[in-house]
Ligand binder design. Structure first.
Ligand SMILES: [Ca+2]
Ligand SMILES: [Ca+2]
Length: 331
């Protein structure tokens, strides 16, 4: 009898302790995740010191979406060898063969958040227009921010039904900008219509263009490529097509199969349509993490902050936009 009581007490103690141990482990992972982001922020500043602006998506070829901004950062992250192996004369330099495999297949630990449960490689599970041959892509959990941008809409999803309609045209997207998509034409070269500090291709901000202040403007977002658009996000850290993200989607909006509100078995592509679908760009191409309650962000001054997923949405948009002139209070 006494033995049973002792066993029962031990069982209760273990049950009490286990969540605390798991929470402590996640806290450690979140700190490492934030440290990686901090290193990227430092690399961004060092890049800016050398080139006078943030690194370009598409390697400075307006209209093309080849290399992501992370490729430009490689020499500033002690990855010079990898960078030196890239053949920029290729139409798609991100497919340069280095050490026997494509650049997009190289896992760079600095680009990975340890809380990511999906592993470091993704293989597209269905053919996309841009990707006829399936191959493994190394994941990056950090993306440059397009800010409060028009993110397009390839499946029916009215973001205003989720975030409200305080923006000029009431569709819930692009609260402080001029209503255009983040690629092509003027956006790709002058950035006038880009809300944040990176474009989908061909343009990136310099400090002078961040008129709201570098400490008040988001530069990098934590992301989960697996929960993003499978024809874009699944193509890996080195591919410019994969790395366009903004503050338009609410933080941690459920877009992974098996997540709260998203039908489909965990580990599979969501079977849902509408705002939870893989192709719903205004909801999937945003900040997302597996940390409880929010995600990590690197501001343009290099400061890393954890923003709560229930942050006031208009405030979040103001933090994403570099030139809205909205004053930022406590948050
Ligand atoms: Ca709008
Ligand atoms: Ca702002």
């Amino acid at each position: 009898m006494e033995l049973l009581v002792v066993i029962a007490i031990i069982g209760i103690l273990v049950a009490l302790l286990l969540p605390a141990v798991q929470a402590a482990r996640e806290a450690a992972r979140r700190m490492q995740c934030a440290n990686n982001l901090k290193q990227l922020g430092i690399a961004l500043h060092n890049y800016h010191s050398t080139f006078g602006q943030f690194p370009l998506q598409a390697g400075g070829h307006p209209g093309y979406e080849d290399c992501s901004y992370l490729v430009g950062l490689l020499p500033f992250l002690e990855e010079q060898t990898l960078y030196d192996g890239i053949d920029f004369d290729l139409v798609e330099p991100e497919h340069s063969i280095i050490g026997g495999k494509r650049l997009v297949e190289h896992v760079v630990p600095a680009f990975l958040c340890p809380s990511e449960s999906q592993g470091s490689l993704l293989v597209a599970k269905e053919n996309c227009d841009e990707q006829p041959d399936a191959y493994a892509s190394a994941v990056g959990n950090y993306a440059g921010s397009l800010g409060s941008q028009q993110m397009g809409r390839s499946v029916p999803c009215n973001l205003a039904t989720i975030v409200g309609g305080g923006d000029p045209d009431g569709d819930g997207q692009n609260w402080y900008g001029y209503g255009t998509l983040p690629w092509g034409g003027d956006q790709a070269t002058s950035g006038k219509k880009i809300s944040g500090v990176f474009a989908r291709s061909g343009w990136s901000a310099n400090f002078h263009e961040i008129t709201d202040g570098t400490s008040k403007t988001i530069g990098l977002l934590e992301i989960r490529p697996y929960c993003g658009h499978r024809c874009h996000s699944w193509q890996g850290w080195a591919d410019g097509r994969a790395m366009w993200y903004g503050t338009t989607p609410p933080i941690n909006f459920p877009t992974c199969a098996g997540e709260n509100g998203v039908p489909g078995p965990a580990g599979e592509i969501p079977s849902s349509e509408g705002c939870h679908a893989s192709h719903s760009t205004p909801t999937v191409q945003g900040a997302k993490s597996q940390h409880p309650g929010g995600a990590n962000f690197c501001f343009c001054d290099g400061a890393v902050k954890f923003l709560a997923e229930n942050i006031d949405y208009p405030l979040y948009q103001a933090l994403g936009d570099r030139r809205d002139e909205v004053s930022i209070g406590e948050y």
